[in-house]
Write a protein that binds this ligand. Sequence first.
Ligand code: G1P
Length: 291
Amino acid sequence: MKPVRTAVFPVGGLGSRFLPATKAMPKEMLPIVDKPLIQYAVEEARAAGIEEVIFVTGRGKTAIEDHFDYAAELEQTLAARAKQDQLAELRGIPGKPGAIAYTRQQEPLGLGHAVWCARQLVRNEPFAVLLADDLIQADTPCLKQMIEAYNEVGGNIVAVTEVPAEHTNRYGVIDPGATHGRLTEVRGLVEKPAPEKAPSRLAVIGRYILQPVVMDVLGSQQAGAGGEIQLTDALARVIGVHPFHGYHFEGKRFDCGDKAGHVMANIAFALERPDIGPAVRTFLHDLSATA
Ligand code: G1P
């Protein structure tokens, strides 16, 4: 079984759900406390052993490239002021030279098309896909949990979680087969089904481990839900080629592409921080007492 060394981050989306904040700033740069969403996703990938990062970007996304680069003037200033901790933190962000590649999705044709744009960089290897909007707070990073499962069963794995019936139309939904521990066999996948048509309430969350055959299938994928080329539809076509599982991850997922989800993530992550957690906790306590 080939190890998963590469991760694709589709970051070309317009972020229209988060206007006006995303008018001139990529949605992936929205901070949760003091760190942009995309940095959480890249750190999660690196913690899972990912060595090569591929960003599929678009127009107006150069802030992401700058974020994963050295910032010479800023670093000189921090060094002169002996701010060693901050300096070390910033220095860690870019990772190894040459281990980040960028390609552009020229047209917003959908998530499947964005992933397919990375095919030449992924080559003939299994790869992970992480959607930075989906932020997962967990003791073991979600992708690491999935790679541990992958090392047992191989094939394709998608993160899944149970959602309320009325929310199936926001997600890819799996048709589940047998469950063993945290793994459920995937017998089918549908993108954004209406509740009455959904095969289950098990929704796909933005973490995938995929075999290279998915890239071949994406090359001939027709537009689906919302007129977009859907990753979910391509995945439905590779069922049977390799083992295919949904992975019930441990952790709490926040939809940070949604304004309420973003606020909740800020609160949850702030509460875990030793520097600001106590002040935020007191504030929330006082707020609920006066409500
Ligand atoms: C995308 C995928 C969907 C998945 C979701 C997870 O949808 O198409 O299958 O369930 O991410 O967040 P989007 O949120 O881009 O509409």
